[in-house]
Write a new protein. Structure first.
Length: 142
């Protein structure tokens, strides 16, 4: 295949709202799977050790930040440009789903400090992940 054909195919794959949104949703689900696995490991550690509430809260926020960073990184690697935008959008999607799941689990509806913290982590870590992802793309050899 020629380089122009490859470039045209790449633009076709990444263009459009629906394919882009579906890919972002896929990265969010991958990040959630990894986050759940890490939270499970952290809960095992917390079960057998006496950890303070502050330590548990910080651990959960760090795991969430890592999951959102991964989500932004994967979206940045996929799209040709605007890694900061796609990463931040993935972070927002991750945080909104996290807040929805939390509201369903607690059977309450409200936006508190935890939701604002999750949204802040989502935007910042997702954007940074998108920047890193877009800048680590493999260069094609001539």
């Amino acid at each position: 295949m020629s380089k122009s054909t490859q470039a045209t195919m790449q633009k076709t794959v990444n263009s459009g709202f629906v394919p882009g949104f579906l890919f972002m949703l896929k990265t969010v689900l991958i990040s959630y799977c990894l986050s759940v696995a890490m939270l499970f490991a952290a809960s095992l550690v917390a079960t057998f050790n006496a950890l303070s509430d502050t330590t548990i809260s910080v651990t959960v926020n760090i795991i969430t930040a890592f999951g959102v960073f991964l989500c932004g990184f994967l979206s940045g690697r996929h799209f040709n440009n605007k890694g900061i935008i796609y990463g931040a959008l993935c972070g927002i999607l991750y945080a909104v789903l996290l807040c929805l799941i939390g509201n369903l689990a607690s059977r309450s509806i409200g936006i508190g400090s935890a939701a604002i913290t999750a949204l802040s982590i989502g935007i910042i870590c997702g954007a940074v992940g998108g920047i890193v992802g877009i800048n680590t793309k493999h260069q094609q050899r001539r």
